[in-house]
Design a protein around this ligand. Structure first.
Ligand code: HEM
Length: 132
């Protein structure tokens, strides 16, 4: 059996939270057509329920992300640049998710929803680049 270290715990929690934040959004988006058939309010009710796990996961991503930074320091300039881009994308993912949840118009829901999905996927991709 391979050894389990604090690095294992750190990455486990970071990736677990990423699966909820990113995977949950994609799964919810895929379920929207089916939910709509249950009633006009069903997608909003499901999204509100998802937010109860999504925002704690976002908090865990930030906390374990800071832990990651401490663990991988010192960093090369290229690593720092990639991390900076990732942090901008992470912030954009949180802001667009917040605006998506507060949106009342179809256009607002579509624009902020698409931005949330794109930025969340980009954060995931840049996380893999950092870990590689
Ligand atoms: C939407 C939010 C985020 C997502 C989806 C995400 C995703 C990921 C993923 C999938 C990895 C690769 C883990 C591995 O397999 O080794 C990773 C690594 C990393 N993430 Fe994040 N992350 C997010 C937020 C953050 C934040 C807020 C920070 C910093 C405050 C951060 C800093 C890092 C660092 C430094 C690594 C490299 C860790 C290492 O190589 O040991 N991440 N991230």
């Amino acid at each position: 059996m391979l050894a389990v270290s604090w690095d294992t715990v750190r990455l486990f929690l970071h990736v677990l939270a990423a699966t909820i934040w990113v995977g949950g959004q994609l799964t919810l988006a895929a379920l929207v057509p089916v939910l709509r058939r249950q009633g006009p309010d069903a997608p909003r009710v499901a999204a509100r329920r998802f937010n109860l796990v999504a925002w704690p996961a976002y908090g865990v991503l930030i906390a374990t992300g800071i832990w990651n930074i401490i663990a991988v320091s010192p960093m090369s300039p290229a690593y720092q640049r990639t991390l900076t881009v990732k942090l901008i994308v992470v912030a954009a993912s949180g802001i667009s998710a917040f605006l998506h949840a507060r949106s009342k118009t179809t256009v607002g829901l579509a624009v902020w929803g698409a931005l949330t999905g794109l930025t969340a996927l980009s954060a995931l991709f840049l996380g893999i680049v950092l870990a590689g």
